[in-house]
Ligand binder design. Structure first.
Ligand SMILES: *[C@@H]1O[C@H](CO)[C@@H](O)[C@H](O)[C@H]1NC(C)=O
Ligand SMILES: *[C@@H]1O[C@H](CO)[C@@H](O)[C@H](O)[C@H]1NC(C)=O
Ligand SMILES: CC(=O)N[C@H]1CO[C@H](CO)[C@@H](O)[C@@H]1O
Length: 449
């Protein structure tokens, strides 16, 4: 049963790959001669994706700008002023970052990104020799980028950000210069401030803005009425039940008219599908019987959140030690690391890793992210020695909940080094992973580069 399931899914995947690429080419309008995927592997864009400026690369993807940039490099050289990862990971106001990632603020995100890209090659000779002087270059966002030299330190500046990695990447169609921090155009700063003051105005309206009870981490009052289908007011982390290590199981969340979806029914539906599918009974059992996570997920979906569940199959779950499952709260923690607060399908994840090499997704287990990359024509999650392949794609997808079957249990990388129990699992998985890889006969088929 297990083997025939495997053959079938790899066959499906094979046909998917075989037909997906040419079909999507044919589906595009004939005038579209510059197609995605035709970008030269020698391109500065490919280099950006493979560089250590991964946070910027991810933002470019989230801003839906890859196609635009691919078109741009067919016409001109470009210069990318790339903020180093720490600038985006650690030194950015989380509220501002959240603002940028909200779909309705896509324009602001695009303006921000395009303010880091100049449509020609900027070399070190473009910086004025004399400290205090500056030259301006129009970025793709039309916002000027100012090159100057700091009077006191003599360091080269890019609109007040220090140039830290001159010519970090040099390619025939462009160059990447590393900079110390993000360049935030005034218009984007204004959009952010406006949005903030709008929400503070709505806070004094009689119906009240959502307020978080610090004790339970839940909304004190139901969120104000919103259009059905609109995303919830708060990040999913506020809506989650407090962890089992914080408090006993919470009282049921506020029900009633603000619920947009019958999340409970959808969760029941996906668990039923998982059981019917076969090979995922352990995961279903954890969700339903061992923990109250199914109820919790139903509540989140009712409140308008979307979830992608990376469900380890029974073989993978069997490798967990009893210790790992019997620690209070540990099944919850394990499962939370397998839930992504986004709606992703096999196709959306595969496309992302194919273009970006590596993509990291937030999980409900804060602050840990799960990294995905392309491997063997599939999506591989996790790190070198604790990884899992997307094994059964799209077991359940209803627009709010997506369930993807994987062949390993994932752990945040730090944790593996600490818990000896997890190390056992790691070793078992390495062995299983090797065996598994050998069975893929079409590795050659879509090798990157
Ligand atoms: C980019 O610059 C290189 C070298 O300066 C030049 O040979 C090439 O034609 C330029 N590419 C485009 C698309 O303008
Ligand atoms: C939960 O436990 C009951 C009783 O042992 C069992 O019949 C049921 O199948 C379990 N549910 C799932 C989803 O595994
Ligand atoms: C680069 C290019 O020509 N893009 C076009 C591709 O097709 C869509 C829809 O037909 C157009 O909107 C794009 O401008």
């Amino acid at each position: 049963m297990a083997t025939s399931g495997f053959d079938l899914s790899s066959l499906v995947l094979f046909f998917h790959l075989l037909f997906l690429l040419p079909l999507s080419g044919a589906a595009a309008s004939p005038e579209n001669t510059t197609r995605s995927g035709q970008v030269n592997s020698n391109s500065v864009l490919v280099a950006l994706i493979d560089s250590h400026y991964t946070e910027l690369a991810e933002l470019v993807e989230k801003a839906l700008l890859l196609q635009t940039l691919e078109d741009t490099v067919t016409k001109h050289n470009i210069t990318i002023f790339a903020p180093k990862n720490e600038a985006l990971e650690l030194h950015l106001d989380p509220e501002f970052k959240r603002f940028l990632l909200e779909p309705r603020n896509l324009r602001s995100l695009q303006t921000l990104i395009l303010s880091h890209i100049v449509p020609y090659r900027v070399g070190l000779h473009h910086w004025p020799a004399k400290p205090g002087d500056s030259t301006r270059h129009r970025a793709l966002s039309r916002v000027p980028v100012e090159l100057s030299t700091d009077v006191s330190s003599g360091e080269r500046l890019v609109s007040l950000a220090k140039l830290t990695g001159p010519h970090a990447v040099d390619r025939p169609d462009g160059v990447i210069h590393g900079i110390e921090r993000l360049i935030i155009p005034r218009s984007v700063q204004q959009d952010f401030n406006n949005r903030r003051s709008l929400s503070s105005i709505s806070a004094v309206k009689p119906e009240g803005a959502p307020e978080v009870d610090p004790r339970t981490n839940r909304l004190k009052r139901p969120a104000p009425p919103a259009k059905p289908g609109s995303p919830p007011a708060l990040p999913i982390y506020y809506a989650m039940a407090p962890g089992p290590d914080l408090a006993p199981a919470p009282a049921p969340g506020p029900g009633g008219p603000h619920h947009h979806f019958d999340g409970e029914r959808q969760v029941k539906d996906f668990i039923h599908t998982l059981l019917q599918y076969g090979g995922y009974n352990e995961m279903a059992d954890i969700l339903v019987n061992l923990t109250s996570l199914a109820v919790e997920m139903g509540r989140l979906v009712s409140e308008g959140y979307v979830l992608t569940i990376l469900a380890p199959n029974d073989e993978a779950m069997a490798k967990l030690t009893t210790d790992q499952l019997s620690e209070p709260g540990s099944p919850e923690q394990i499962v939370y690391y397998h839930i992504i607060p986004e709606y992703q399908t096999e196709e959306s994840m595969y496309n992302a890793v194919r273009r970006f090499g590596k993509v990291s997704y937030d999980t409900l287990r804060l602050p840990h992210k799960v990294v995905a990359q392309e491997a063997d024509g599939s999506v591989k999650f996790g790190h070198r020695d604790g990884s899992a392949y997307l094994f059964d794609p799209d077991i359940y997808t209803d627009g709010r909940i997506s369930v993807q079957g994987i062949d390993g249990v994932l752990f945040p990388p730090e944790e593996k080094k600490v818990t000896p129990a997890a190390q056992v699992v790691k070793q078992v998985k390495v062995a299983a992973g090797k065996q598994r890889r050998g069975t893929y006969s079409f590795n050659f088929f879509i090798k990157r580069r």
